[in-house]
Design a protein around this ligand. Structure first.
Ligand SMILES: Nc1ccn([C@@H]2O[C@H](COP(=O)(O)OP(=O)(O)OP(=O)(O)O)[C@@H](O)[C@H]2O)c(=O)n1
Ligand SMILES: C[C@](O)(CO)[C@H](O)COP(=O)(O)O
Length: 237
């Protein structure tokens, strides 16, 4: 199976509010982006990774990758866009593989098992995403702040990345999305608009997206939990 990965990393992290974009913040001694990249760089099915970054950060990212020993022939850089959707589309155009995984730079806890399960599912369906059942009760609220309705929780899933697609399908979905000016907060939405059935693969609650400041505290705790599990099983080197 030939897999290319697109990692959008061109956001400014408005909701995090830090001076440094959140993909470059430190997580247990290393930048979040480096931790995320390692997971994919070490997966046996992954041939190359395209990282979408802001133009003004490109040189700094190149040095960061070199310092951490990434092969520039395997981790390619492209210019990101104003929105996540545009950054992914730019990255996707550089992918040369039958299958593509799209993963947020700021989700450093996805596991090799999650990726394996997703890759198995995408070969059957052409489109597959990771998600977890929603734990809270979710209500639809009017702009004026009143409850319009309560959604049926048993059918609600919180969607994560990676999301996996056949490259041809995702290219078509992004091209049509851009043409129709269809805003999408994830890539599956664009595939759904083509009428494609997207398979949902159960992920882990720990596959957190670093979005707001408290997520940094949670991330340090997840890191410690993983490290102590590795110590107990003797898998940490
Ligand atoms: N123009 C953009 C916006 C986002 N992203 C990337 O998409 C992922 C998920 O986006 P999000 O969490 O929304 O990141 P930001 O846009 O940086 O955050 P905010 O919306 O708070 O500004 C991140 O890895 C982010 O770098 C991107 O590549 N290009
Ligand atoms: C793609 C995503 O991570 C799935 O949960 C999410 O939709 C990204 O949204 P954001 O607004 O760019 O954080």
């Amino acid at each position: 199976m030939r897999v290319g990965v697109v990692i959008p990393a061109a956001g400014i992290g408005k909701r995090m509010g830090s001076t440094v974009s959140k993909q470059f913040l430190d997580l247990a001694g290393e930048p979040v982006l480096i931790r995320t990249l390692r997971i994919f760089d070490s997966h046996p099915a992954v041939g190359h990774i395209v990282l979408a970054v802001r133009e003004e950060e490109q040189e700094a990212v190149e040095s960061l990758l070199a310092r951490h020993g990434f092969d520039p022939g395997r981790v390619l850089l492209t210019k990101g866009g104003e929105e996540r959707q545009e950054s992914v589309f730019q990255g996707l155009k550089r992918v040369n593989a039958e299958w593509v995984l799209v993963h947020d730079a700021v989700r450093p806890f996805v596991t090799q098992k999650n990726i394996d399960e997703l890759l198995k599912a995408v070969q059957e369906t052409g489109a597959a995403i990771l998600a977890v059942p929603v734990k809270d009760t979710v209500k639809q609220v009017s702009p004026a702040g009143y409850v319009e309705k309560t959604l049926e929780r048993s059918r609600l899933w919180a969607v994560q990345t990676p999301q996996a697609f056949s490259r041809a399908l995702l290219l078509e979905a992004h091209a049509k999305g851009a043409q129709a000016d269809l805003p999408a907060t994830d890539d599956a939405m664009l595939a759904e608009a083509l009428g494609v059935s997207v398979k949902v693969v159960r992920g882990d609650y720990a596959n957190l997206k670093l979005t707001t400041p408290e997520d940094l505290v949670l991330a340090e705790a997840i890191w410690k939990m993983r490290r102590s599990a590795d110590d107990q099983s003797g898998t940490r080197v």
